[in-house]
Design a protein. Structure first.
Length: 288
């Protein structure tokens, strides 16, 4: 999710400093700010596990920013050298925890700003006895610009980021050409970017932006087009509040099959129960 965020680390009692533009973000951030209080089992899980599993970078401005000189050393963070999978926006940690449990040979980095979500992930890390998961509470663009080294990730996952429905809010969507530049920097050549959304308009924008980007190649060009396309079904049948367009056909396709390691999370289950369809995309990061 994306919105502009004012620094919450602004010094008090200095009007001149309050007007200093360096204390405000120039770019959108990758989330909507939500409550960060921990209670009950989540608080206890955080207390037990955060020191071992949560990366705490030095902050630049806000408490989800990353200082410009901070670089993650994956070997040091995970205690080994292994392929790195990064999930941006891990929510309650359901997907990344289950993927890490079934794939112990790879390292998994959770990027999330919602502290209760990370605490819920700590519960899963503890329950599954995972050693290959690390987490960071940080704004995704700064993780990609600063924290992760160039060509350090084998895969990057972004599942169900905020669709920002209103046209005037589309600029807040995470998947833009400039954001893909950041993703391309971090992904190894030949690495995979995986995305999913339950809103057709956002799916179309994702596909359009990715198809236009010179460093990404669709792994399933033309797939699931025509009557097999979820986009055709949404538009032709008037789903998501659209007026039915019986003659609409998605001739382009390019949709990926459901990623086998993306489990059905509680969030996706609610979307399906509400009658929405899910769109998957998978792109390879090309060579420079």
């Amino acid at each position: 999710m994306i919105m502009s965020e004012r620094s919450d680390a602004q010094p008090e009692g200095t009007d001149n400093m309050a007007k200093d533009p360096s204390l405000f973000r120039a770019d959108p951030v990758s989330f909507v700010r939500r409550g960060n209080r921990l209670q009950g089992r989540r608080a206890a899980a955080w207390e037990r596990n955060a020191e071992s599993y949560v990366i705490e970078p030095p902050r630049k401005i806000a408490d989800t920013s990353v200082a410009d000189d901070f670089r993650l050393d994956p070997e040091q963070a995970f205690g080994r050298v292994a392929p790195l999978i990064v999930e941006i926006g891990t929510g309650l940690g359901e997907c990344i925890a289950n993927a890490a449990k079934d794939d112990p040979e790879r390292n998994y980095l959770a990027v999330e700003v919602y502290l209760p979500g990370l605490a819920q992930l700590m519960l899963k890390v503890e329950s599954f006895e995972l050693e290959n998961v690390r987490a960071v509470q940080a704004n995704a663009p700064e993780v990609l610009d600063v924290m992760l080294e160039e060509s350090s990730a084998d895969e990057l996952w972004i599942f169900f980021s905020d669709p920002w429905h209103k046209p005037r809010h589309h600029k807040r969507r995470l998947i833009t050409s400039s954001f893909l530049d950041k993703v391309a920097r971090v992904l190894k050549p030949g690495g995979t970017l995986r995305l999913a959304t339950d809103w057709s308009n956002y799916a179309e924008q994702m596909r359009e932006v990715l198809e236009a980007h010179p460093l990404f190649e669709n792994q399933h060009p033309g797939a699931h087009s025509g009557t097999e396309s979820n986009l055709t079904k949404v538009r032709a049948n008037g789903m998501e509040g659209f007026d039915p367009e019986p003659d609409f056909v998605d001739e382009r396709g390019g949709w990926a099959p459901r990623f086998e390691r993306r489990i059905l999370t509680s969030f996706e289950g609610k979307a399906l129960k509400a009658g929405r369809l899910v769109f998957d995309l998978a792109y390879t990061r090309g060579a420079k």
